[in-house]
Structures are given as structure tokens and as C-alpha cells.
Design a protein around this ligand. Structure first.
Ligand SMILES: [Zn+2]
Length: 277
């Protein structure tokens, strides 16, 4: 078990974030573990005989699209049933309260987007927004840069047409998989696979990182490149890195503050404003 993060470390991190001009929040799989989602490699059952590297590639999809879609559909359904946790909510509200926060995520589960929507519109239970916009703020500013794409978009393998797809996918045959409305070709998950470049969205993340006084990195071990370089860009531009991770990471030696705790435990006290304002 992780040791609860030190209170003075949390206070130090909170002071830095409060006083920073520009904050980029970079998140990874560890954030969604607290929502009950397995990490990429945690899928159980019959998937254990396949490595992610054998499924999340263009070659695997070309060889057996039905198998790859079956794997994604299982993970899509798990994600669709999951809920944002306290860390997702705290990050969304932090980004909504300020106008200088950008969220970038390696996750494809859509939970940042759901947390942002619920912060503005209320969740299905309360219907009460948690952040109001009397200052004329923009609700969209809590939407993340999705560095690795999203489970909820599909992309045509021929013409590149991209569209939202939230419905269940029948993975029983190649014919029942999603097909392009324009050209009829097979659609694939709109996610970044092994060996594929990240889209222009990574350039936006680097640009934000270079203009931020602080990078808050949550639930990623920073071994996935080039996404992990986002934190280094902030560091090299003179900003500080704050990490939340139960384990030491490659970035730890560069961090001003390292909180050894789960995201749901450490992030809310770090981002929630003082009661007295
Ligand atoms: Zn097409």
C-alpha cells in the first residue's frame, strides 16, 4: 500500500499551483485505476494470451480486425460503465475555475470529458452544477487534449473520415463491425497504436507546456514518449513539475513535489481552493 502523502508536501504543491501562471495537467492510466479501470496491461480473461503489442497495431488490425475490435469493445464497455473519480472531478473543476489550465491525457476512456460535463451540468443524480459561470467562463476549457485518441471515435481505414461512435459494437463478424458512411470501408478505433505518430494535438500540448509555470503529472510513469516529454518541456522552460504517483518514476528526480499516493487521494486536496478563498 502507498503511504499517505505528506500534508506539508500537499500544501507546498497547492501553493505552487495557486501561484503559477499557466498549469498543464498531464494524466495517464493510474488516474483511471481509481475508477475501477484496468491499466492497458491489466485486462484479464482470455486476453492474457495476447500482448497489447500484438493487438494495438495497424498490422494486427489488418490481420484480424474482428479480434482487435473484440478487445477494444470489452475495454470500451468497461469504460462506459465507469465513473469519474474524485481526481477527475477535482481536475475538471480546477480547469473550469481558472483560464490558464490545460488538461492533456494519455487515457482514451473519456472520463475527463465526462467529469467536465458533470461539473457544468451536474451529474445524473444531483443535476446540480458544481462550478458556475457567473464570470462568463468557458465550459470547454476542462475538455482534455486526448493525446492517444478516444474509445468513442472511429476512423475510416481508407478515407480517414472520423466520427463519434458510442453505441455497442457487434464484434461477432467482420461484417457487423463499424463501416464508413462515405466509402463503405472498415472503421478502426480512433486511438494511437504502437508505432503510430501522435497527431497535431501533441504539438498543442508542448506549446502549452512551454508557457506553463507548472506541470502536474498524475498517474503516469512517464515512460510513454513523446507524451512524457510534456513535463520536460515545462521543466526546461523554467517551470516546476509536481507528480502524483504511488511509485517513484523516471521524472521523480526532476520534481519539485512528489506525492506518493493514489490520484483520488492526493489530487483533490492539491487542487481544491482554501475554504477562506
Ligand atoms: Zn471512408
Amino acid at each position: 500500500m502507498a503511504v499517505a502523502a505528506n500534508v506539508s508536501e500537499i500544501d507546498h504543491g497547492r501553493d505552487i499551483l495557486r501561484d503559477s501562471r499557466g498549469v498543464i495537467v498531464l494524466t495517464g492510466a493510474g488516474l483511471s485505476v481509481d475508477s475501477g479501470l484496468m491499466t492497458f496491461r491489466g485486462s484479464g480473461g482470455h486476453w492474457k494470451k495476447h500482448r497489447p503489442e500484438d493487438l494495438a497495431t495497424p498490422e494486427a488490425f489488418h490481420r484480424d480486425p474482428r479480434l482487435v475490435w473484440e478487445w477494444y469493445e470489452e475495454r470500451r464497455r468497461a469504460a462506459a460503465k465507469s465513473r469519474p473519480n474524485d481526481a477527475h472531478r477535482a481536475i475538471a473543476e480546477f480547469a473550469l475555475r481558472r483560464d490558464d489550465v490545460v488538461i492533456a491525457t494519455q487515457n482514451v476512456d473519456g472520463l475527463h470529458t465526462l467529469a467536465a460535463r458533470e461539473a457544468v451540468m451536474g451529474d445524473k443524480y444531483s443535476k446540480q452544477p458544481r462550478v458556475s459561470f457567473t464570470d462568463g467562463g468557458d465550459a470547454n476549457r476542462a475538455l482534455p487534449l486526448e493525446l492517444h485518441g478516444t474509445f468513442y471515435n472511429v476512423r475510416c481505414t481508407s478515407c480517414g473520415l472520423c466520427r463519434e461512435h458510442r453505441d455497442l459494437i457487434d464484434v461477432s463478424s467482420k461484417e457487423t463491425l463499424p463501416h464508413c458512411d462515405d466509402c463503405g470501408s472498415l472503421m478502426r478505433p480512433d486511438v494511437v497504436w504502437f508505432g503510430e505518430p501522435l497527431g497535431v494535438v501533441i504539438e498543442r500540448a508542448f506549446d502549452c507546456a512551454s508557457r506553463s509555470d507548472a506541470c502536474l503529472i498524475v498517474g503516469t510513469s512517464a515512460v510513454v514518449q513523446p507524451a512524457a516529454n510534456v513535463a520536460m518541456v515545462t521543466h526546461q522552460a523554467g517551470g516546476v513539475i509536481i507528480e502524483v504517483n504511488p511509485n517513484e518514476t523516471l521524472l521523480t528526480p526532476m520534481c519539485e513535489v512528489s506525492l506518493r499516493d493514489t490520484a483520488a487521494m492526493a489530487v483533490p486536496p492539491l487542487l481544491t481552493p482554501d475554504v477562506d478563498g
